[in-house]
Write a new protein. Structure first.
Length: 115
């Protein structure tokens, strides 16, 4: 089974999800998305797999969310995607992708639904 985690090693939840994967015998492909962010096509594909809109994966805490006025309901999906591409810290983490689907795994136990 191929498993990918979009991971931030500084995030406790992300580290916990990675450990749950490993405890279940899965060694995932780890993408540290802050240093290797997805491109537009990759982000759109990830959103499609998750069945989410760009606004659904936005992280607020510790990001430029407020400065960029991303809570403004008039912003288009394209504008939000542009912001995410310019500031990958805006991506809520961790995102795990398996053959069963893709989702933001918060709390960490939700990753088990994908195994």
């Amino acid at each position: 089974m191929t498993v990918t985690i979009y991971h931030n090693p500084a995030c406790t939840t992300s580290r916990n999800v990675l450990q749950v994967l490993r405890d279940n015998g899965v060694e995932p492909k780890v993408i540290e998305y802050l240093t290797t962010p997805p491109d537009r096509a990759g982000l759109l594909a990830l959103l499609k797999k998750m069945g989410k809109k760009p606004r659904d994966i936005l992280r607020r805490r510790g990001t430029p969310y407020d400065e960029l006025d991303l809570g403004n309901p008039s912003l288009s999906d394209d504008r939000i995607i542009d912001a995410i591409l310019a500031h990958p810290i805006l991506i809520e983490r961790p995102i795990v992708v398996t053959p069963k689907g893709a989702k933001i795994c918060r709390p960490p136990e939700t990753v088990k639904e994908l195994l």
